[in-house]
Design a protein around this ligand. Sequence first.
Ligand SMILES: N[C@@H](CCC[C@H](N)C(=O)O)C(=O)O
Length: 260
Amino acid sequence: MELQFFKYQGTGNDFVIIDNRQQIFPKNNTKLVAQLCDRRFGIGADGLILLENDNMSDFKMVYYNSDGAEASMCGNGGRCLVAFAHYLGVFEREAKFNAVDGLHYATIDGDVVNLKMVDVDKVHEKQNHSFLDTGSPHHVQLVKELEKFDVQKEGKKLRYGLYGQSGSNINFVEQTNDDTFDVRTYERGVEGETYSCGTGVTAVALAMYESGKTTANEVHIHTIGGNLTIAFEKKDGKYSNIFLKGPAIQVFKGTIECSI
Ligand SMILES: N[C@@H](CCC[C@H](N)C(=O)O)C(=O)O
């Protein structure tokens, strides 16, 4: 069968996106998703996203990690899906869509997508790291000399060692200014470092605010793949009106032959 696909990237976090409004995609075929995401035997991506119809909102997001398993929320993927839905003409200015963690709102201005993330009730502060859920689980840890840091080795160790089989994504952080941080992320389900992680940089911004490293409500993050801005409010110990903003770009489109 010939499958039409689109390839998007959001600060270097890259995705295969498929228009599944006609329910053409075999959603339980883990092997097929993994093969499409494979960088040597497939199209190559950190994850695969299906755009589907939703009766409560403009569209629905179904997200898979590159290992083929359906996963929790993907911030950069959400931003890319908004850009794709806009390209298809599903919405004009403001989008409302359903994802695994609930309803999201977003706006698009040229290539830049501003995505509202779920509220965060608790940041767990530990001795040398923080842990929080921004739609996906995230470990946040400050390190020195981030550029030279072995993200693959240390990320993998913490992902399984501290969090067991279900695991967590692991973010390593270095502060470069009052409101600016460099971040590198080891993503579970990709089992490696990605160029950027949207729920990850959101977690970093909140964790840095919670621990007093910054007093800014708008935090700028540099990732390997580009820059993202996170804006938020804190009221009664809880974080709300959290927005993740940055570019989301269509790279190419095509068809691939696959046996379904
Ligand atoms: N790249 C994503 C996060 C995707 C989910 C993650 N790998 C997990 O399994 O928790 C993002 O931009 O948020």
